[in-house]
Design a protein around this ligand. Structure first.
Ligand code: MF3
Ligand code: CO
Ligand code: CO
Length: 266
């Protein structure tokens, strides 16, 4: 299987994943009203280089920056720019680093200043959906079960699930051929295997999940301009479950900052 990694590659992916988690935490510390996404990109770029890594997005299919920053109605692949964040914004920072010949890919939502209740609910439920999907990962489980778990969180909350962008195999390639839909796609019953590495990165919306693309060719927004949230981890399938590769050495990640203390963990 293309997505099954060698033990040496897995060791490298632990290092790349850890670096990505560290950079995401540091980049997130700079989120506050008045800060531009360009400034966040600069911080992340410097922190990636400081770890002897390369920022995978920079130059990838001509993407111009080192991270993606996706604000409010931007679903994913937002390009950092000169707009200052304002109180009430929600922003996803998506960090991918290339280290030791492999990629580590992780993203989180950050709330700017005071957040309205619906946006806070969207962010919390999107994180809960990612954790639910991680919870079903184990050898032999059909990939379609991950999307089913995400929909089981989204549907009762009347949240949309974006279909156009999927999780992906990750390793020596930034985007491997393995596809991980975030909705229940019964036709994708490929069983997970021990040693596979891939991302889960659900994008949930307060309104309809239909996508429009800006003329920059990258920025994906909700067609109805409703707000949207995303969290992403890089995972390894272990003998009895999943190992999250995008954590710091002491097991932390930026996801812990996105929810109230009683909801933290994982
Ligand atoms: N990191 C994104 C993902 O989760 C991909 C970004 S591609 C870029 O797959 F070119 F926009 F950076
Ligand atoms: Co990804
Ligand atoms: Co990513």
């Amino acid at each position: 299987m293309e997505a099954v990694r060698s033990p040496a590659e897995i060791e490298s992916m632990r290092r790349a994943g850890m670096a990505a988690a560290e950079v995401l935490l540091l980049a997130g510390e700079h989120v506050e009203p008045g800060v531009t996404t360009d400034a966040i990109d600069e911080v992340a770029h410097a922190e990636v280089l400081a770890r002897g890594a390369y920022p995978s997005p920079l130059g990838y299919r001509s993407f111009p920056k080192s991270v993606c920053t996706s604000v409010n109605e931007v679903i994913c692949h937002g390009i950092p720019d000169s707009r200052p964040l304002v109180s009430g914004d929600i922003v996803n920072i998506d960090v991918t680093v290339y280290l030791d010949g492999v990629h580590g890919d992780t993203s989180a939502m950050f709330c700017v200043g005071e957040t309205d209740a619906e946006s806070a609910r969207l962010v919390a439920e999107t994180l809960r959906a990612l954790r639910a999907a991680i919870g079903v990962v184990a050898p032999g489980v059909p990939i379609s079960e991950l999307g089913r778990a995400i929909e089981a969180v989204a549907r009762p909350g009347r949240l949309g699930v974006v279909r156009e962008f999927v999780g992906h195999g990750v390793g020596t390639d930034f985007h491997g051929s393995l596809q991980v839909p975030h909705y229940h796609d019964a036709s994708n019953a490929t069983p997970l295997e021990e040693g596979m590495t891939f991302t889960i990165e659900p994008m949930l919306t307060l309104g309809r999940p239909q996508v429009e693309l800006w003329s920059d060719g990258w920025t994906a927004v909700t067609a109805d301009r409703s707000r949207t949230a995303q969290f992403e981890h890089t995972l390894l399938v272990t003998a009895d479950g999943a190992e999250i590769l995008t954590l710091t050495a002491d097991g932390r990640c930026a996801h812990d900052l996105a929810v109230a203390p009683e909801g933290r963990g994982g």
